[in-house]
Design a protein around this ligand. Sequence first.
Ligand code: KG4
Ligand code: ZN
Length: 343
Amino acid sequence: MTTVLGIETSCDETAAAVVDDGITVRSNIVASQIELHRKYGGVVPEIASRAHIENLDTIVQEALEKAACQPGDVDVIAVTNRPGLVPALLIGVTAAKTLSWAWQRPLVGVDHIQAHAYSPAINLSKPPWPAIALIVSGGHTSLFRVDSPTGLQLLGATLDDAAGEAFDKVAAILGLPYPGGPSIERTARDGDPKVIQFPRTMLHRDSLDFSFSGIKTAVLYHVHGHGKTSGGLEKLSSTDIADIAASFQQAVVDVLVNKTMLAVAQTGLSCVVLGGGVAANSVLRSSLEDACGMRDLTFIAAPWAYCTDNAAMIAALGYHMWQQGDLAGLDLDALANSSTRVA
Ligand code: KG4
Ligand code: ZN
């Protein structure tokens, strides 16, 4: 058995986890900084980095204790080193290097997006690959062909806003609290998704790329009375806001489901996996499940706890990288971009 300690500090969650053999999650501790960033309406890198410094030690201790794991039982240390906010990433990377050196254990640098793509496979005894992976988060919206835990081919990505970013920005336009995704989902439950036909940007007919900036602007214009006034929000009832949230959510889900089915048609694969923070959205999960069911495709969504940022997915993918000898040295760098963003 190989025990991996995972560490994740790429954005506003300080997280640590202990995972055996890339499958069995023994602990998964996440400290969210949402309250610290709420008043700014988004993540402030310096505040995130400072909070990681304050919390990481305790979070790692907690992950080890919950797993009943002594430092000597850890075989490998895996840390997110890309993509993300560099000042935030650096805290996790520095801590992981220190532990690797102090405990004399191998170090693995994990790509956060690859880990989101791996997250639907956590807990599965039989890997789901090859599969189409739809990864929808606050920073990324991508479709991959996945042939193995580390074998990803980028098929398409957003050309502007990520889906989660669109949820966050539209929530701000509607005066709903940060983070926007869960707020929109909650508000949309009381709304009718058919009331407003927001644009579903599909780009070129065969394209697997996405664009979500248009729908965000369409919501803004709708709220401002099609640009005739600068305000508008105060004129809307709570039913209007619920209808806008539901119609926006449906439009984003329609595009994500359509493009994923296009990727299936283009590749002939018969399995679809879903990961990333927006994968926590129940309308997206059920719509994709229905679309897959109609085509006899296997559908696997990441378990809810592994959708938003967590270190279990980092430890799990780290195990496979370690197995392949993909180790990092003490010169491991924190990088803003993903290794998956290749042509
Ligand atoms: O994966 P994640 O935790 O962080 C990044 O890697 O970006 O994703 C965070 C994003 C945020 O934009 C948040 O609004 C969105 O995921 N999100 C949701 C839901 N829960 C989180 N979006 C839609 N519906 C949700 N229930
Ligand atoms: Zn993420």
